[in-house]
Every structure is written in structure tokens, then in C-alpha cells.
Ligand binder design. Structure first.
Ligand SMILES: [Zn+2]
Length: 332
């Protein structure tokens, strides 16, 4: 089931109150989306599927047009999540690292509901965030407030993640207070996740100066300022060893973004497939067609990638949490 914004807020609150985190996979192909939902189904775990701008404009989805890309991605995910096999899996779709001049018009269109071309049906993300790395504090606040105003104007639901310079070391608490208060005091109730810098870095490098105590103090501050449980969204998790990831969850992380390592796992598995099967990719070989088909490489990648997704779900305490989330979801 693809969760609506209020349902996503309930699932994230459940994670904050029960000390687990949702895995948010930056999935860049339909096959990766399938693997994510299948891993979640096998473990009765919730899962977040998220995309950045580069996937929306990429060849598999928008082919240059981000709004088309978002609609096409959402249709793909919504159809799969509604299938009987995945109907019990709490699935969230999140917009991650949207930036540049397209940010506000794209996210406002997403919030209003993107046309799918299917008899008037529209689809919206479960949760929305944007990349604030090139924004001033005032612009960060104003962009989120513009989304809240659009939600109020159109009567559409909205659940937000706010971020602050996630690659710039630990965000000072006074900056956090200004940003969170800037949104919450004007448009209360929309924020569900806070993504401050906690010392991690995007990419596959050293975990750097990651600080569990920064996670804890930011989680407590955000919860106090908003008057409801606000979990921390952890960016740059790929370089963190398992024990530190678990410590991050214990300290208040409720959403763990996973992109760099996920991409590398999939691409190295594909590379291995074409190396191992290269002799079959000639027109005289009897099995050339099975090797050339998309399903050939994707099935090979899936067999290696899906166990890694499962491993992450276990690390984050997500196993079996579908059973905890389903009964508390508001009606869609
Ligand atoms: Zn990120």
C-alpha cells in the first residue's frame, strides 16, 4: 500500500515512539523498486522509496522532464504497491534532494497531484523534502512555507522533511531552532522529519565526525519545538558501520537514506553479470537472447542486492513493524 501524507506521518511517528527507523532507498530503476518492496514484504517491514532530481530527469523516467519523471515514477510505484503481493507493505514515496529553480514549481505540482494520464487519476508523494544545501536559512524556510501555503490553499495533505546543510558537519542547535520555528510557528503540523548535519557525508567515504549525541540533542530539540515526536532523517549513511547505524537509530533516527552503497551494489552486480556472461552475448550462442534481455541482468542483480536490503531492514529494527503500523494508519 502506498501511504498518503497523513498515513506517512503516522508511520514515522510510530517509528519515533517505538525506536526503529525506516529504510529510505534512493531507487533509480523500476527493477530496484521491485527489489525494495520484495525485501520489505519478506520481513513485514515498512519501506521508503525515494528519488532525487537526477532520477526524475533520467532516461528511465522523465527523459529530461522532471514533472513527467515524477508522475511516471509514482505510477510505477503505486501500481506495484497496490498489487495483492504488496498490499500489506507500508510503502512511502519521498522526494529527496530536489534542487535548483525547478524545486518549488515541481513540488507544488506534486502536492496538488500529478496527472497520470489514467482516467483523471492523480498521484502525490507521501512525504516531501528538498535539497537546501544552496539555500539561505530564510530561503529554506520560505520554500517550505510556500509548500504549506499551497497545501492550505488546495486542501491537499502534506508531510515534510526539513533539512539543513547535511554535509557541513554538525548543525548548531540555534540554527535548528531558527529553521524549525520558522516553519512550525507559521504553519504548524506539517513537519515529521528533521535532517540536520550530524557529521556524516554523502558518498562512500569515511563516516567522518558522525555524532550520536548530536542526533539525540537534535531529536529532543525538534520534538520539544514542534510538540510532537519528530524523528531525525539521516543522510550519508552509506559509510557508517552497522554498529554506528544502530546507535543512530537508538539516538532518534527514524529515516535512513541509502543511496551510494545501493547504487554501487547494483552496478557492480550488473558489471559482474556482463563479465561472467560475455561469451553468451554473441549472435551464434544459443542463449544470447536470455542474456541480452533486461530480465537477465535484473534477475542476477536482484539475487545479490535484495539480501543487502534485508540486512539493512534488520539493522534498523524494521522487521515485523508492518504489523505495528497497519492498525494505526488513518483512513486514506
Ligand atoms: Zn541526502
Amino acid at each position: 500500500m502506498l501511504l498518503s501524507p497523513p498515513q506517512a506521518a503516522a508511520a514515522l511517528r510510530c517509528a519515533a515512539e517505538n525506536g526503529f527507523a525506516l529504510l529510505a532507498v534512493n531507487a533509480d530503476s523500476p527493477a530496484a523498486i521491485t527489489d525494495c518492496l520484495e525485501a520489505a514484504r519478506q520481513l513485514d517491514a515498512p519501506i521508503i522509496v525515494e528519488t532525487s532530481l537526477w532520477q526524475l530527469t533520467g532516461h528511465s523516467f522523465g527523459a529530461g522532464d522532471p514533472e513527467l519523471g515524477l508522475a511516471r515514477y509514482l505510477v510505477n510505484l503505486a501500481v506495484l504497491a497496490a498489487a495483492p503481493r504488496y498490499a500489506d507493505v507500508p510503502v512511502l514515496f519521498h522526494t529527496d534532494h530536489i534542487k535548483g529553480p525547478i524545486t518549488l514549481p515541481l513540488l507544488q505540482a506534486a502536492l496538488r497531484g500529478l496527472p497520470t494520464g489514467v482516467t483523471g487519476a492523480t498521484l502525490s508523494p507521501s512525504t516531501i523534502s528538498l535539497d537546501s544545501s544552496q539555500l539561505s536559512e530564510a530561503d529554506n524556510i520560505q520554500t517550505l512555507l510556500a509548500l504549506c501555503q499551497e497545501a492550505q490553499r488546495t486542501g491537499r495533505p502534506l508531510t515534510l522533511e526539513m533539512e539543513a546543510g547535511v554535509d557541513d558537519g554538525v548543525t548548531p542547535l540555534e540554527v535548528a531552532e531558527r529553521l524549525l520555528t520558522g516553519v512550525e510557528s507559521v504553519s504548524p503540523g506539517y513537519l515529521a522529519l528533521w535532517a540536520p548535519g550530524v557529521g556524516t557525508q554523502h558518498g562512500l567515504g569515511d563516516p567522518g565526525t558522525f555524532s550520536e549525541s548530536a542526533v539525540r540533542s537534535h531529536q529532543q530539540l525538534a520534538t520539544r519545538l514542534c510538540g510532537r515526536p519528530i524523528g531525525i532523517a539521516l543522510h550519508g549513511s552509506s559509510g557508517l558501520p552497522p554498529a554506528r547505524l544502530q546507535a543512530a537509530v537508538a539516538a532518534g533516527v527514524t529515516k535512513v537514506n541509502w543511496s551510494s552503497e545501493s547504487l554501487l551494489l547494483r552496478s557492480t552486480a550488473a558489471q559482474e553479470f556482463y563479465q561472467v556472461r560475455s561469451a553468451e552475448l554473441v549472435k551464434t550462442h544459443p542463449d544470447w537472447k536470455a542474456t541480452a534481455m533486461d530480465n537477465g541482468v535484473q534477475a542476477y542483480v536482484s539475487a545479490r542486492y535484495l539480501p543487502k536490503v534485508s540486512e539493512r531492514l534488520r539493522l534498523l529494527g524494521s522487521v515485523g513493524q508492518g504489523a505495528r503500523i497497519r492498525p494505526i494508519l488513518p483512513r486514506a
